[in-house]
Write a protein that binds this ligand. Structure first.
Ligand code: ZN
Length: 77
């Protein structure tokens, strides 16, 4: 009997918003994505380990974590 387990991170693109960038200060398109890491057993995602929300500026390319509440508040499609 053996087990195959690991971690898998799934990246979902939540949407794009027009917002001021924290890094460059430009009002540019910000790509919001959700990264959820799950513990997998036999390649089946079982237990959510953590979920992060990331915002990336399309102007300067800066990427930073945002709070879940913050990501929810954004008017993304
Ligand atoms: Zn920027």
């Amino acid at each position: 009997m053996f087990f195959i387990f690991g971690l898998r991170t799934r990246v979902d693109r939540s949407g794009v918003v027009q917002q001021m960038c924290r890094n460059c200060g430009n009002h540019a398109a910000q790509v919001i994505s959700r990264r959820s890491t799950k513990f997998t057993l036999f390649f089946i995602p079982l237990i959510p380990v953590r979920t992060r929300y990331v915002q990336q500026c399309s102007f300067c390319g800066a990427q930073y974590d945002i709070a879940k509440a913050e990501a929810r508040r954004l008017p993304v499609g």
